[in-house]
Design a protein around this ligand. Structure first.
Ligand code: ATP
Length: 447
């Protein structure tokens, strides 16, 4: 069914709330701007995304180690990284209504700071200030005194925790270059134009991997990582034609980057970045070496050579990937004159793997179904439902993205088989009760 794209986002947001994927933060107080909470189904979906990433990046490889660095870091880290000086957006204020905008907000008519400029909210002319740079890092204070010396930042990216620990990890894990460090964790940015649900938020989770290589081999590793990361996104079951590369041109490249490509997805609101792959050269280790005064170079025994490793980074947002999966999975179908809403999630990503139902609440069916439910639930998140017509129970699971519906019916009483219904095709087959858990296991196992 063809839907206007804005309504698709509205429908997705409302499904997410109704079914417990995502709620607005502090909703009973009117919400907090661009901060979201994950409900019972959302937390499972996001966890599945992160587990899949961790498996592909850490467990499946010999050359990557995991790390969980603290959110709070020494303030000098952010001077070395360039964030204190350069992590800024130009902003303008309206002196009349006190609203604040990005200087490049397309709704602003005229030139901010000049008499012709018009405030997009109150409509006053000449009240917009000249653009001023606004730092996107959240500041807080360490210890009881609120003075400049005690300022610490909520990290705006997880990468810096990896750079400052690179020698610790290298030495303790007995890795050799080339090798990588992977980390999943919260990051915070005081975004000025947040929005589009969980696409751009002020608190979010990143899945970042920094790969340390010998200078001169960086271009080759960059290409390899590009290929692997695109494959990872495709393997989530996303529509291939909705994924593409965007190469950063010279004027888009960040101060640290020698080359950068974004993996983009075609959201209902347009093509947008979901992951960045960057060749950062020796910028990061060079800066930390300079600011900390500690030597961060690497001695390669085989070549009897010292060098500062180059870094190839892959940086994805767990929330953004979750939104990509939800947007790609949402569909509406007409079935027997009724609209069926389905989240066609990859079984490995689905929050609930199976719904278990007694066809009716009598003849021993609830007892059999309950025992089957406990059996399945030992291995997979499952849901027991005995209320309402069986068709309605199937629909509720379709909306939650549950791939299998398992029904105990009259036949079960005689031959100990159950009906397994596939979410996408709605086809049904009979499976022996004692085979059901394996049947699901074969179909939801990671890959
Ligand atoms: P954008 O241009 O969209 O702000 P960026 O280029 O600043 O993103 P990076 O700094 O490269 O993004 O961050 C890497 C990844 O972290 C992004 O691809 C995205 O998935 C995620 N990310 C960054 N900012 C946010 C945010 N405000 N909300 C949710 N995810 C984010």
């Amino acid at each position: 069914m063809v839907m206007a794209d804005t309504t698709l986002m509205d429908k997705l947001v409302s499904l997410c709330k109704r079914r417990g994927f995502v709620f607005q933060s502090s909703e009973i107080y009117g919400g907090l701007g661009s901060v979201w909470d994950y409900g019972p189904l959302g937390v499972e979906l996001k966890k599945n995304v992160k587990d899949r990433w961790w498996r592909a990046m850490v467990h499946a490889r010999d050359d990557i180690e995991g790390l969980d660095a603290a959110i709070l870091m020494h303030p000098r880290v952010w001077e070395a990284s360039g964030h204190v000086a350069g992590f800024t957006d130009p902003l303008v204020d309206c002196r009349q209504c006190k609203n604040r905008f990005r200087a490049d907000d397309p709704r602003i008519k005229g030139t901010p700071g000049q008499p012709d400029a018009q405030c997009p909210v109150c409509g006053s002319k000449g009240t917009l200030t000249e653009p001023r740079l606004f730092n996107l890092m959240f500041k807080t204070f360490m210890g009881p005194v609120e003075e400049q010396a005690a300022v610490v930042y909520l990290r705006p990216e997880t990468a810096q925790g990896i750079y400052v620990n690179y020698l610790n990890v290298l030495q303790s894990s007995r890795q050799k270059i080339p090798f990588g460090i992977a980390q999943i964790g919260k990051a915070f940015r005081n975004e000025i134009t947040p929005g589009n649900f969980i696409f751009r938020t002020r608190e979010f989770e990143q899945m970042e991997m920094q790969f340390f290589v010998k200078p001169g081999t960086d271009a080759e590793w960059f290409e390899r990582w590009r290929e692997w990361r695109m494959e990872w996104h495709r393997d989530l079951g996303l529509t291939p034609s909705r994924l593409r590369w965007h190469q950063h041109g010279p004027d888009e490249l960040a101060h640290y980057a020698r080359a950068a490509f974004d993996v983009e997805y075609e959201f209902p609101f347009g093509w947008q970045e979901i992951e960045g792959i960057h060749n950062r050269g020796d910028f990061d280790l060079g800066r930390h070496q300079e600011f900390s005064g500690k030597k961060l170079d690497y001695f390669e025994q085989a070549a009897n050579e010292r060098f500062l490793p180059y870094i190839v980074e892959t940086s994805a947002g767990a929330d953004r990937v979750a939104l990509t999966i939800l947007a790609d999975a949402y569909r509406e179908e007409q079935v027997e004159g009724e609209t069926r809403v389905v989240l066609g999630l990859h079984p490995a990503l689905a929050p609930i793997k199976a719904g278990v139902f007694p066809l009716v609440k009598k003849d021993g069916m609830p007892e059999l179904a309950t025992s089957l439910y406990h059996d399945v639930k030992r291995r997979f998140p499952s849901f027991y439902d005995d209320s309402g017509a069986i068709g309605r129970r199937y629909r509720r699971m379709d909306e939650a993205g549950t791939p299998f519906g398992i029904t105990v019916d009259g036949e079960t009483l005689t031959d100990r088989t159950v009906t397994v219904r596939q979410r996408d095709s709605m086809q049904q087959e009979r499976v022996a009760m004692d085979r059901v858990a394996d049947y699901i296991g074969e179909r939801v196992s990671g890959e």
